[in-house]
Design a protein around this ligand. Structure first.
Ligand code: NAI
Length: 483
């Protein structure tokens, strides 16, 4: 029996129908299947994948297997799995009774313990994984910190103030060590590399590389132009209002929305909310992004002064505690609060939960009403406030909805497949460290998606190409160009 742990394998047919529809919207991935299906360049690749187990990811997984790879998969978030997609991927070309697809370990609503168990499962190929496809860096962290703990002969005790997540992670490592104290080291040493999907995971990789602790090449997929300038921005422009609507049905038009962070995700979030008629305000710490927000016509405000008037508060920074317990206490009664940055510590719900007098009511899964006392010294006209928290502070566009649309994920995942191809077939070209895909490949991803939108690309004449100093076939911009 094919190994797997998912919510309900009988959802496979429903998942398959959705995957078929998604394939029509994912031209980049489908053309890679056509280009490489016969030559099987990923034969021998054993890919441990940790990325939201959605319908779109199903098309990614089945593209990797169509190119010859062996794959095992977990989600990179406890709420983001679409159970029907997981079921369809497990069943593959087999049946519910005899599944013949890919081992998936993911379901919507995992506990933290289950989450790290699932992440551990993706490495359990009989011969070990040789590649990681990561989103946010948790799979890479498991191997790297696990190998460190094995070298040290034990797992460091989490400090007194360690988060629940850190404690559960330490417990997972301890279990792994007790089972086989050399397993994660062997996996680390057998890795050809990792391709990383998102800003937060990429930041972790650069930090490892700077500390001289990255023993294999990593490809920063996030900073392909056809990833972050599309997925992070246009993807969230679609999936943020989707999550807000499905979770609350609250009207957005006419309300005040406070967006914290004006990077790629913040820009898409602000645009979506303004598109719905909200009065959007921006909080930024970077003067360049703050100036961009102002020039785009948004009010740039101080969070402490503005938060009390906001009907929606959305964090998009990838930073920690940008909405701390003080800001939470100042929220307007009835406000809706959610995060679309990678981790759940952007909004300090864990800190707030420790305060006395906090009451939490589940309205429905991933929608909670918090009621908290308001200290008199804040000088507000109320003794308590009550607000709605989406997905417990985790990515609301995946927890309350189904994430970005297929078309934009096709661009991201075409970069992912190219990154895996590079790491596996051109491994010797990449020394340990963090790399980006070449501009030629970036432009290829865009090219693959233009016909589906009926877009006609103009070709440079030879004279024009010479005049601006590029090749007629590209790349068209220097590395320092910012788009
Ligand atoms: P980015 O680096 O372009 O933008 C983050 C912005 O937040 C920066 O402009 C930074 O100056 C600002 N910032 C940092 N600390 C702040 C603070 N305390 N107050 C106000 N602003 C602050 O990053 P990007 O690509 O926009 O990604 C942001 C987060 O979203 C990351 O965690 C990333 O992994 C995640 N992400 C989530 C997606 C989703 O589907 N929800 C999709 C893509 C990325």
């Amino acid at each position: 029996m094919l190994e797997h742990r998912i919510a309900d394998i009988t959802l496979a047919e429903a998942g398959r129908h959705q995957i078929r529809l998604a394939e029509r919207e994912m031209p980049g991935l489908m053309s890679l299947r056509e280009e490489y299906g016969d030559s099987q360049p990923l034969r021998g690749a054993r890919i441990a994948g940790s990325l939201h187990m959605t319908v779109q990811t199903a098309v990614l997984i089945e593209t990797l297997t169509a190119l010859g790879a062996d794959v095992r998969w977990a989600s990179c978030n406890i709420f983001s799995t679409q159970d029907e997609a997981a079921a369809a991927v497990v069943v593959g070309a087999g049946t519910v009774e005899e599944p013949a697809g890919v081992p998936v370990f993911a379901w919507k609503g995992e506990t933290l313990e289950e989450y790290w168990w699932c992440t551990d499962q993706i490495f359990r190929f009989p011969e070990g994984a040789n590649l990681i496809l990561d989103d946010g860096g948790d799979a890479t962290m498991l191997v790297m910190e696990g190998a460190d703990a094995e070298a040290a002969g034990g797992v460091p005790e989490p400090g007194e103030n360690a988060s629940a997540e850190a404690r559960v992670f330490a417990a997972r490592l301890r279990e792994s060590l007790a089972e086989d104290a050399g397993r994660l080291t062997r996996i680390r040493d057998g890795l050809l590399g990792v391709s990383e999907e998102t800003t937060t995971g990429v930041n972790r990789l650069y930090r490892l590389a700077e500390a001289g602790r990255l023993p294999f090449p990593a490809i920063n997929v996030n900073d392909s132009v056809t990833k972050s300038k599309f997925d992070n921005r246009y993807g969230i422009r679609h999936s943020l209002p989707d999550g807000l609507n499905r979770a609350t049905d609250a009207l957005i038009g006419g309300k005040v929305a406070l967006v914290i962070g004006y990077g790629d995700v913040g820009k898409g979030s602000a645009e979506a909310l303004r598109g719905q008629g909200a009065r959007v305000q921006i909080v930024e710490i970077d003067p360049i992004c703050a100036l961009q927000a102002a020039m785009d016509g948004y009010e740039v405000v101080d969070a402490q002064a503005a938060i009390g008037q906001a009907d929606f508060v959305i964090t998009t920074t990838g930073n920690t505690r940008v909405v701390d317990t003080d800001l939470l206490t100042r929220l307007k009664p009835g406000a809706i609060v959610g995060n679309v940055g990678h981790f759940d510590d952007e909004i300090d719900l864990a800190g707030l939960e420790k305060h006395s007098g906090v009451e939490i009511v589940e309205i429905k899964p991933q929608v909670h009403e918090w009621t908290i006392p308001v200290p008199a010294e804040l000088g507000l006209d109320r003794e308590e406030t009550s607000f709605v928290v989406l997905s417990q502070g985790r990515l609301l566009n995946l927890g309350n909805a189904t994430g970005h649309p297929s078309f934009v994920m096709s661009a991201s995942f075409t970069n992912q497949v190219m990154a895996q191809l590079e790491l596996f077939t051109n491994h010797d070209d990449y020394r340990p460290g963090v790399h980006r895909l070449s501009k030629v490949l970036d432009e290829k991803v865009a090219r693959l998606h233009l016909p589906a939108l009926g877009a006609h690309l103009t070709e440079l004449t030879k004279e024009q190409a010479e005049y601006i100093g590029v090749d007629v076939a590209g790349p068209y911009k220097p590395e320092h160009y910012r788009y």
